[in-house]
Ligand binder design. Sequence first.
Ligand SMILES: C[S@@+](CC[C@H](N)C(=O)[O-])C[C@H]1O[C@@H](n2cnc3c(N)ncnc32)[C@H](O)[C@@H]1O
Length: 252
Amino acid sequence: MKTHSTRTPVNPHYASRSRAGPIAAPAPTVQYVKLPLAPRNASPVPHLTSLYHNPDPGRYGKRSYPGNCGGNLIRDLLRYYQPTTVLDPMTGSGTCRDVCTDLGLLCWSSDLHEQVDACSPNSFPRERFDFCWLHPPYWRQKLYTEDPRDLSRTETLEAFLVRYQKLIENCAAGLVPGGRMAILMGDYSDRESGFVPLVYHTKRLAFEAGLRQCCTDIVRFSHGASSNRKVYRSAFIPGLHDVCTVFEKPSQ
Ligand SMILES: C[S@@+](CC[C@H](N)C(=O)[O-])C[C@H]1O[C@@H](n2cnc3c(N)ncnc32)[C@H](O)[C@@H]1O
């Protein structure tokens, strides 16, 4: 099976040259970053800010599942928005479902692995959910199933975006008026397509579906990404985050 390279990446130290010759690669070090202080406010989840860093994935889902995301961000969003019904149509290893069980929330959880195509309008009820957690494939960065309906199996970017548009419209139709949809997406690149700004396309498609963004972008630090351990010959600026964007369906 043809697989595609993961994010372009690198250790620039191995690839760079200065006039003085190659730059020696320094030994890897752990870096500590001083984050800006957040203003105090009435949020029930004060540590939920535009910069999300939680190296602890929480006890939700399975870390070994490809593309698994830690459940703590989902838990924090649910505690902030306080929905009672949640749609989780690309559940993977069930991370969102497990968070909902923990918080005592009703959750519709499905995946193409169970033959439920989230892009099909008949897959789940309409105007039923207060909140949707959507964590789609970052196009072909990881392949999930052999099913041709799988977003990660779309051959071209255009074909991916057509399916992605259907997915967003479909999930928006599942929300009650005033409901929220959080989409976690990362930009993608490979040799064939170059840099593909999937976070931009996410917003464009969501706006076209009639949704509005209702809070700051949440930049999630990619702790524990498998590409961190690779060494690349090419030079590039590594992407160390993905972005969670929260949208709202207008009340009328
Ligand atoms: C990034 S993974 C989600 C991982 C999940 N958040 C977790 O923590 O385990 C994307 C999921 O989308 C599913 N998927 C891809 N295309 C789909 C489709 N058309 N309908 C439903 N699920 C789909 C894949 O099977 C995969 O489980």
